[in-house]
Design a protein around this ligand. Structure first.
Ligand code: ADP
Length: 411
């Protein structure tokens, strides 16, 4: 049965003609992807972003094949808020989607706390519950919620679905969710949540549907983008992950520090007189690859650079990553497969090679040619651990969730 035949046109006429819009709102950007609900299955046919919101806003859009449709700055202070960006984007989409109505909007929301264990249709009551989680993710959650609030006011009839970065990790055992702090803090929500869940869920689903060799067993997935984390999957379910209470923990990232002795934070406050805001800003925005290299937060630039700081940052990145992969494997009793994904994981053969070289003792052996060529399976035929390169697609995962929650179609 094709997916579409499960939803005959008369049962859901919009499924033939409409589109769903996925939004990912950050502090100064609004990213979007639009998926057709037509007979060919979910197809992304528009994507882009407004960035520089509040400074010098700029809009870029491409079609599904990557062809540029729009690339221009807004004049002056035309777009200074998320609300203004959303209103402008909706008007642009209306003009570019003649005959294809937007039937639903899905939102990436970083935190679902302990209440939201799966995607949810948002109404005013749900929005209030999500706003109560702002203290758990003050740098991301308010921005994620801004377009939801705007749409509830501007287009109350339009169904909206919140998709959470935390939800996929709710399958973790209690010990994976704890800090060794007085227990009352755990009960207050100071616990390990984990993030990048939409990416891991997409990889687990892709493995189930397309890579049978990966679907069952012990798999460590390395999501290496600007944000970096690892996830230990057992039969496709998350049992451990490197990010914790916030998206600061675990591996070093573009501008975030990764694991840090909590005593360092105390020392920075006492000895350097740094305020909490200054420490927060340094740990999120000035650390990681950027802090160590003094050159760039961008892995590609570091790999191309001859500056000593660039080498230092790349070496630390690889070293920590290999340590954390072994830690993830310990959480699931070993490792049958290792998957690389996201910007660095998908595109950097040298980083994959360097990480795997440090994991040879665990039975990780690459096929150098397959790795250089960016094949799907990049381990040698005799490698006890199979190694894969799989492109992630968080927006598609959100689109599938949005359709599932609203009964528009099944993935
Ligand atoms: P985000 O987390 O913002 O979605 P991405 O997943 O796009 O980020 O990953 C961005 C990172 O991927 C950057 O550090 C970039 O340099 C890196 N990257 C992309 N292509 C390459 C490449 N060919 N070689 C090395 N690093 C790359």
């Amino acid at each position: 049965m094709t997916p579409n035949s499960q939803f005959p046109a008369q049962a859901n006429p919009l499924a033939q003609d409409g589109a769903v819009v996925m939004l990912n709102a950050g502090s100064s950007s609004l990213k979007f992807e639009v998926f057709d609900l037509g007979p060919g299955g979910l197809q992304c046919f528009l994507r882009g972003q407004i960035d520089g919101i509040g400074h010098q806003a700029h809009f870029r859009a491409k079609d599904g094949a990557g062809l540029a449709l729009h690339d221009a700055s807004f004049s002056g202070d035309a777009i200074t808020t998320q609300h203004a960006a959303l209103v402008w984007l909706l008007a642009w989409l209306r003009a570019h989607m003649v005959g294809k109505p937007v039937v639903a909007v899905g939102h990436r929301v970083v935190h679902g706390g302990t209440q939201f264990l799966q995607p949810v249709r948002v109404d005013a009551g749900v929005l209030r519950q999500l706003e109560a989680l702002v203290p758990l993710a003050p740098l991301h959650q308010p921005h994620n919620l801004a377009p939801i609030r705007s749409l509830l006011a501007e287009r109350p009839e339009l169904p909206q679905v919140a998709c959470f970065d935390t939800a996929f990790h709710q399958s973790q055992p209690p010990e994976a969710q704890m800090f060794a702090l007085p227990w009352r803090f755990h009960e207050d929500g100071v616990r390990r949540y984990g993030f990048h869940g939409l990416s891991y869920e997409y990889i687990a689903r892709t493995a189930r549907n397309q890579v049978p060799a990966l679907a069952a067993g012990r798999t460590v997935v390395a999501h290496l983008g600007n944000g970096v984390s690892l996830c230990a999957l057992l039969d496709g379910r998350s049992l451990a992950t490197t990010m914790g209470f916030t998206a600061l923990d675990g591996c070093p990232m573009g501008t975030r520090c990764g694991s840090l002795d909590a005593g360092v934070v105390i020392h920075l406050a006492r000895a350097y007189g740094m305020s909490m805001d200054a420490i927060e800003s340094m740990l999120y925005l000035e650390s990681g690859l950027l802090g160590l290299s003094g050159v760039s937060s961008d892995m590609q630039e570091l790999l191309d650079s001859s500056a000593p700081g660039a080498r230092r940052a790349v070496d630390y990145f690889v070293y920590q990553l290999a340590r954390e992969v072994a830690s993830m494997a310990a959480a699931i009793g070993g490792m049958d497969a290792l998957v690389f994904t996201a910007g660095i994981g998908e595109n950097s053969a040298p980083i994959r090679l360097a990480v795997c070289a440090r994991l040879a003792w665990m039975g990780v052996h690459l096929d150098a040619q397959a790795n250089a060529a960016g094949a799907a399976r990049i381990s040698s035929a005799s490698s006890p651990v199979s190694v894969w390169r799989i492109a992630t697609n968080e927006e598609r995962m959100m689109a599938e969730h949005t359709c599932e929650v609203l009964g528009l179609r099944q993935a």
